[in-house]
Write a protein that binds this ligand. Structure first.
Ligand SMILES: *Cc1c(COP(=O)(O)O)cnc(C)c1O
Length: 217
């Protein structure tokens, strides 16, 4: 696969879903990818990337931004509270707000800085014990709490269980978002982004289908 192949599939899926391609943001997930692959995608003109680890992103993106110009960076991995300060300076959007202590921290950083990245609240739609995210039953209360903090919550994010059909999870996330008046839906990865587009995703997070398999050597 490649960026252009994914873009064509994205356009076809938008067409099938009767959606404007401009309603969808393609986040190229570059975590753990060799720098030459990331540079290749930058050279093709793509400027929206996702990372999972604050340290890795902080080591990589300041130089790449200096070289290629503005890049919109999305944090899509679990965020430790003690990395929040670095994260808000590096990332334009954080997709993994998942607990009250992090909301408190992000609100205090927003106060200090007079600015905050846009935020998505991660929902554990599969109710998997090992996975991050707010449980669906707690979602309405947590969204309300984040709003009381005046945080710029733009939408919801989910990572469906690996061994299940993603579609019911996408539908559940979409209905939670609608119920709470949130426009953003961060859902869909390499294996299921077309289904996510059908279900109303506004942000798809595609890694290996663009860059090739990750090697965690
Ligand atoms: C790694 C990752 C992705 C990209 O996964 P692919 O299957 O390589 O597309 C998307 N979202 C999250 C949260 C991830 O951690």
């Amino acid at each position: 696969m490649s960026l252009s192949a994914i873009q064509s599939r994205l356009l076809a899926a938008c067409k099938a879903a009767d959606r404007a391609p401009s309603s969808l943001t393609l986040i190229a997930v570059s975590k753990v990818q060799p720098l030459d692959r990331v540079r290749a995608v930058l050279s093709e003109g793509h400027r929206i990337f996702g990372e999972n680890y604050v340290q890795e992103a902080a080591a990589k993106w300041p130089d790449l931004r200096a070289e290629f110009g503005p890049v919109q960076l999305h944090m899509i991995g679990p965020l430790q509270t003690n990395k929040a300060k670095v994260a808000v300076e590096l990332f334009d959007v954080i997709h993994t707000l998942d607990r009250p202590s992090l909301a408190t921290k992000l609100a205090s950083l927003a106060q200090q800085r007079g600015a905050s990245p846009d935020l998505f609240i991660q929902i554990n739609t599969g109710e998997e014990p090992q996975k991050a995210g707010v449980l669906p039953v707690d979602a309405d209360a947590f969204i309300a709490e984040a709003r009381r903090f005046e945080l710029p919550v733009k939408g919801l994010m989910c990572i469906p269980p690996e061994d299940e059909d993603s579609t019911p999870h996408f539908a559940a996330l979409a209905s939670l978002a609608t119920r709470n008046g949130l426009p953003g839906l961060s859902m869909g990865m390499s294996s299921d982004f077309e289904a996510a587009i059908m279900a109303g995703a506004t942000h798809i997070r595609v890694g290996s289908a663009i860059f090739g398999a990750r090697s965690y050597a």
